[in-house]
Design a protein around this ligand. Structure first.
Ligand code: NAP
Length: 252
């Protein structure tokens, strides 16, 4: 029960890594606002948190839209009166060759992955400061923030932006006792990449790349995010924690 009584928002918690984080937070005693666009999938995450013995609500919101983000934060305040933890996780990766990335696609990726993290962080930080909460803001970035990737120029640029957004937020929000950290996952099988990992040669490549073997599960990312949300990480801010089974230290 490392988050007993805390109020947490997890964006992109309708599926994948976000759902695993939200459910883990629920198991640790947090009350969780599950944010995303798909209601049936969001309600399934709520059900799993309730089954784990905690409280949860689903809030439908597009994180790239300021009005929807502000309304989402307001709903959390109406329900629980405060916010202790924000996990920025909602993201998309529509694979495309560099020469095929249209302006519309570029904007959609940057608006979701980078602007969405900014909008949610600013709205929540304002609440934390007003209420004197020494809160936790955590970003799910990617090892793609440090390395270029095939068909991922827009995605890699958005993730690199997240890292420096988080470091700059750590400077701005440190005086209020608010910590800002990022987790950088390697390849984790979810809806974002399932169709790519279905190709046997791609799957074999990623399985071989990680010294710890295999491809990560969403639950492998939930623990490191929990660490930053917990009291154990009270002196961590601006940290970038790579969680990739060793993929990025293995040159081959
Ligand atoms: P996923 O299963 O496709 O989940 C993405 C989540 O983001 C969904 O819950 C989706 O919910 C939500 N989302 C997307 N656009 C949104 C928007 N505009 N507003 C609100 N919610 C939105 O993918 P995932 O792998 O779990 O990805 C989660 C995070 O991990 C992303 O930031 C991703 O970049 C990062 N990551 C993933 C991997 C990996 O290998 N899987 C590796 C490194 C980093 P709705 O569709 O319901 O809105």
């Amino acid at each position: 029960m490392r988050l007993k009584g805390k109020v947490a928002i997890v964006t992109g918690a309708t599926r994948g890594i976000g759902r695993a984080i939200a459910v883990r937070f629920g198991q640790e005693g947090a009350r969780v606002a599950v944010v995303g666009r798909s209601e049936p999938e969001g309600l399934e995450t709520v059900r799993q948190i309730e089954e784990a013995g905690s409280e949860a609500i689903f809030i439908q919101a597009d994180v790239s839209d300021k009005a929807q983000v502000d309304a989402m934060v307001q709903k959390v305040l109406e329900k629980w009166g405060t916010i202790d933890i924000l996990v920025n996780n909602a993201g998309i990766c529509p694979f495309a060759e560099f020469l095929d990335i249209t302006e519309e696609l570029w904007d959609r990726v940057l608006d979701t992955n980078l602007k969405g993290y900014f909008l949610c962080s600013q709205a929540v930080a304002r609440v934390m400061i007003e209420k004197g909460v020494k809160g936790r803001i955590i970003a799910v970035s990617s090892i793609s923030s440090e390395f270029g990737g095939r068909q991922q120029a827009h995605y890699c640029a958005s993730k690199a932006g997240i890292n420096l957004l988080i470091k700059s937020m750590a400077i701005a929000l440190g005086p209020y006792g608010i910590t800002c950290n990022a987790v950088l996952p390697g390849t984790v099988e979810t809806d974002i990449n399932r169709h790519v990992l279905a190709q046997p040669e791609v799957r074999a490549y990623w399985e071989k790349r990680a010294p710890l073997g295999g491809i990560g599960r969403p639950e492998d990312i939930a623990g490191p995010v929990l660490f930053f949300a917990s009291d154990d990480a009270s002196w961590c801010t601006g940290s970038m924690l790579v969680v990739d089974g060793g993929t990025s230290v293995f040159l081959q």
